[in-house]
Every structure is written in structure tokens, then in C-alpha cells.
Design a protein around this ligand. Structure first.
Ligand code: PEP
Length: 251
């Protein structure tokens, strides 16, 4: 049995003061659910404050990115150890990082390996663009992102991975995929390459999320799919109603 998993990606939203306010509103509700792993991913400057507020609640904390090097002259970057000091999780390879900051499958791979080495749970994002989807390239693109993003990952560590299938055309657009469509991509283009890389039982142990315009109204459609274990939520994680999405994930 895979434990349901829901993460909120706040992206570049919320000052420290605003983050404190949002967590104060949401934490009592979020912390009340058993049987679902819930993670909040605020921007870097809010991590210290949110970490203190989440202590003892059972709610996890994640960063939205990190660099793979241990330390050194990498101005503006944050190392795996810096993230691991505060967080248990890190989002890697989000499509906004790939689109606006030139992240490649190779870079996502190096970050994933580094995150696992620092005992972080990487939430590795994959997904096709609108143009790739229209060209019938979804399977090819998502399979490649999984294979290249996870190559060299130690098989003994691989079951700790979380993968988020986030079709780029569904992110922030209000146009979510269908539950059935997302389930098929997860089965064919994520679990199959996972099985090739790490074997069938690891492929079945890895949590795979759907992301892209998830709301309290459509969350149950995704959580009811056999291959989908939860959600990576952007816009809807910035509202107290995020609690309703997490509640929908409780089995
Ligand atoms: C995301 O940022 O990962 C995301 C899925 O955003 P949204 O829920 O706003 O589509």
C-alpha cells in the first residue's frame, strides 16, 4: 500500500509574514488527518519560520529547488545540506524551472542523486508541454524525463522517490487533465520506466502524484485512480481550502 501524498507548491508567493499567517490558518486542519503525508513548500526565505511552526504537527516541509554541489562559488544557489537542515523534501525539475531557468534532464538527475544522498525525498516533476501533447509526443517525452532524470539512482534508495506527473498545459491554466488520462500516462510512461530502471516491486512502491490545476472540486477524480497516489498543488495550496484537497486524499 502506498501512502497518499499531497504537497503544496507555493512558488514565488508569500512573504515571511504572509507565510506565517497562511500556516496558522491551515496547520490545525492539515495536521488532523492520519494516513496522508502532507508537505508544504514555501519559498526559501520563509522556510525557517514555517519549519518552526510545523514542528510537532506531522506536516512536512519542502524546498522548491536546490543545487547539486555541496558548497562553493555558486552565487544565488542553495546546497543540499542547507535544504536538508530544514526540510525533508525538495521539488526538483518543476516545469517552471525547466522553462524559465533552463533546467535539463541531466541537471534534474544530478539534483535527484544529491537530494537522496542527503536523505531528502525528491519530488521529481515530469510532464509534456502543450506542443508536445498536440504532436502526440507525450509518451516519448515523459518516458525520457523519467529515464534520464533517474539514471544512476541507487536501487535501494529509489522507493523513497516521489514523482509528479504535471502536464505543462495543465499547470496554472484551470484546464486539468482527466483522471483517466493522467492515470494512463502514469502507468505507461512513469511506472514502466521505473520498473525497467529499478524492478517491478520498486516501481510499485514509488508514490506518483498528479499536478496541474488540482482544486477541492476535482481532487477526488485524481485520487480515485489506481496509479495516482496524491497531488502536487500550486495555486490551490495558497488558500485555506487546501485542507479540503488533503482531506480528499485520505483513504
Ligand atoms: C504546480 O505548480 O506544480 C502546479 C501544479 O500548479 P497549479 O496547481 O496552480 O496548476
Amino acid at each position: 500500500m502506498r501512502k497518499p501524498f499531497v504537497a503544496g507548491n507555493w512558488k514565488m508567493n508569500k512573504t515571511v509574514a504572509e507565510a506565517r499567517q497562511l500556516v496558522a490558518e491551515m496547520a490545525p486542519g492539515l495536521g488532523s488527518f492520519q494516513g496522508v503525508e502532507t508537505v508544504l513548500c514555501p519559498p526559501f526565505p520563509a522556510l525557517v519560520a514555517v519549519s518552526a511552526m510545523l514542528a510537532g504537527t506531522g506536516i512536512g516541509l519542502g524546498a522548491q529547488n536546490m543545487y547539486w554541489e555541496e558548497s562553493g562559488a555558486y552565487t544565488g544557489e542553495v546546497s543540499p545540506a542547507m535544504v536538508a537542515e530544514l526540510c525533508g523534501y525538495v521539488i526538483l525539475g518543476h516545469s517552471e524551472r525547466r522553462t524559465y531557468f533552463g533546467e535539463t534532464d541531466r541537471g534534474v538527475n544530478r539534483k535527484t542523486v544529491a537530494a537522496l544522498a542527503h536523505h531528502l525525498v525528491p519530488i521529481v516533476c515530469v510532464g509534456e508541454t502543450l506542443a508536445e501533447n498536440a504532436a502526440g509526443e507525450t509518451a516519448q517525452v515523459v518516458t525520457r524525463q523519467v529515464r534520464e532524470g533517474l539514471q544512476g539512482v541507487d536501487g535501494a534508495e529509489a522507493s523513497r522517490l516521489v514523482i509528479a506527473y504535471e502536464p505543462v498545459w495543465a499547470i496554472g491554466t484551470g484546464k486539468a487533465a482527466t483522471g483517466q488520462g493522467a492515470n494512463e500516462v502514469v502507468r505507461e510512461c512513469i511506472r514502466k520506466p521505473l520498473a525497467e530502471l529499478f524492478g517491478g516491486s520498486t516501481a510499485q512502491a514509488v508514490r506518483v502524484l498528479y499536478g496541474g490545476s488540482v482544486t477541492p472540486a476535482n481532487a477526488a477524480e485524481f485520487f480515485g485512480q489506481p496509479e495516482i497516489d496524491g497531488a502536487l498543488v500550486g495555486g490551490a495550496s495558497l488558500k485555506p481550502d487546501f485542507v479540503k484537497i488533503v482531506q480528499a486524499a485520505v483513504k
